[in-house]
Design a protein around this ligand. Structure first.
Ligand code: HEM
Length: 366
């Protein structure tokens, strides 16, 4: 503790005495020091520090999103937090290269001392997942037990609390639900969009049917593909069908929220929709970066332990691959591209709506 009046001293401010005294090698206590265990500990600790920063940013994002109305200025600030998370994730992915300078044999020098501890027990990693919106039922099973079984009781309490709170996914859904412009005066986005889709699909059908270069087999195939596309749009336009797909887990956003996300993407060139579009893109970046990290981590695990089980007892590489596929949050934002139509086919915005969506500078002094 620095005495009052004494100038702040760098090592004290950062509590380096404590921070740099947290690397205790188990191998040193058991038999011979395993040189690479230091790298293993420091890498994990660095990850945990970055996880702490991600949680800090996520809390700020959720606090802003949790407000009844998210002012334009707040969207900009929310975006700054998300950009920071994305940049941290890039570091997290790149950091795997450092750990991979350790060879599988070097790892074997101390691996058995670690059992049954595992990254599976990273509380902060689980909190990030829950805060983003990973749901308990979508988690890859691990020894047929709830994922929190491997945590201490006090950590379990924190995990359950994080599941009870609104996740970023929930808050995004609510925010999209409230988005204006779906109906704005004479403008009915859904009606206009549907008419544009019908015209586009009818045109596609004519193009296939009248294409002189298509042999009959190719024509049949193309028409079958068009039917699939039509069926996907059908489910989008029929709320009951959409709800059935949502029940099945094919979609997660509410129907209204999905419409809003679509509007934001399709009309993103309108100034007022720039920031919301940026925000949706960043959420996709975050989802994608965690998936990239999961794949990189799974490959690293395979390289280090081959087909052995993990120190935590999972099937190792197979388990990790499955989580990479399954532990996604903002999947709907990715699937949205199915429903994009070319800019040229979009219904024109009535001048009043365009004006309301624009930014106009008026200098009251002149
Ligand atoms: C030699 C390096 C590493 C190997 C061989 C490895 C291996 C594994 C394995 C096999 C699992 C599955 C659970 C189990 O059975 O233990 C796992 C889970 C995990 N590891 Fe690693 N790991 C390594 C490094 C890291 C690092 C540096 C981190 C950074 C924090 C990390 C974080 C995690 C997390 C968060 C999980 C849970 C993943 C999930 O359940 O989706 N691991 N690891």
């Amino acid at each position: 503790m620095t005495k009052p009046g004494t100038p702040l001293y760098y090592p004290d401010y950062l509590q380096l005495d404590r921070l740099l005294d947290c690397q205790h090698l188990v191998s040193a206590k058991k038999d011979a020091v395993a040189h690479d265990e230091m790298l293993f500990i420091i890498t994990h600790q660095t990850y945990e520090l970055w996880f702490k920063q991600i949680l800090w940013e996520l809390d700020a994002v959720c606090a802003r999103f949790g407000q009844e109305a998210l002012a334009e200025k707040e969207v900009g600030r929310t975006i700054s937090h998300l950009i920071r998370i994305v940049e941290i994730q890039r570091v997290l992915i790149a950091q795997i290269d450092v750990l991979e300078t350790m060879t599988p044999l070097d790892f074997l020098d101390f691996r058995d001392h670690l059992i049954p501890a595992s990254g599976f027990q990273s509380l902060q990693f689980r909190l990030i997942e829950n805060k983003l919106g990973i749901r308990r039922e979508q988690r890859v099973g691990f020894e047929h037990m709830p994922y929190e079984t491997r945590f201490t009781e006090s950590d379990r309490v924190r995990l359950r609390a994080s599941e009870q709170a609104s996740s970023l996914f929930d808050l995004l859904n609510d925010w999209l639900d409230r988005t204006p412009f779906l109906h704005f005066g004479e403008f009915d986005f859904w009606k206009g969009y549907r008419a544009a889709v019908d015209t586009m699909l009818a045109k596609d059908r004519v193009l296939i049917e009248q294409n002189p270069t298509f042999v009959p087999e190719k024509k049949t195939n193309q028409l079958r593909m068009l039917l699939d596309t039509e069926a996907q749009f059908d489910a989008l336009f029929d709320v009951q069908k959409y709800e059935a797909l949502r029940e099945k887990g094919d979609f997660r956003l509410s129907h209204q929220a999905l419409q809003a996300a679509l509007l934001i993407n399709l009309y993103r060139d309108e100034p007022i929709l720039h920031l919301p579009f940026r925000l949706l893109s960043l959420l996709m970046d975050i989802d994608e970066n965690f998936t990239k990290w999961r794949y990189r981590h799974a490959l690293m695990a395979q390289r280090m332990i081959g087909r052995k089980i993990g120190t935590g007892g999972s099937s190792g590489h197979d388990y990790l691959q499955q989580t990479a596929r399954q532990h996604r949050v903002f999947d709907d934002l990715f699937s949205l591209s199915t429903f994009f139509i070319p800019r040229s086919a979009l219904p024109d915005l009535p001048p009043k709506v365009r004006q309301a969506m624009g930014f106009r500078f008026t200098d009251s002094a002149t």
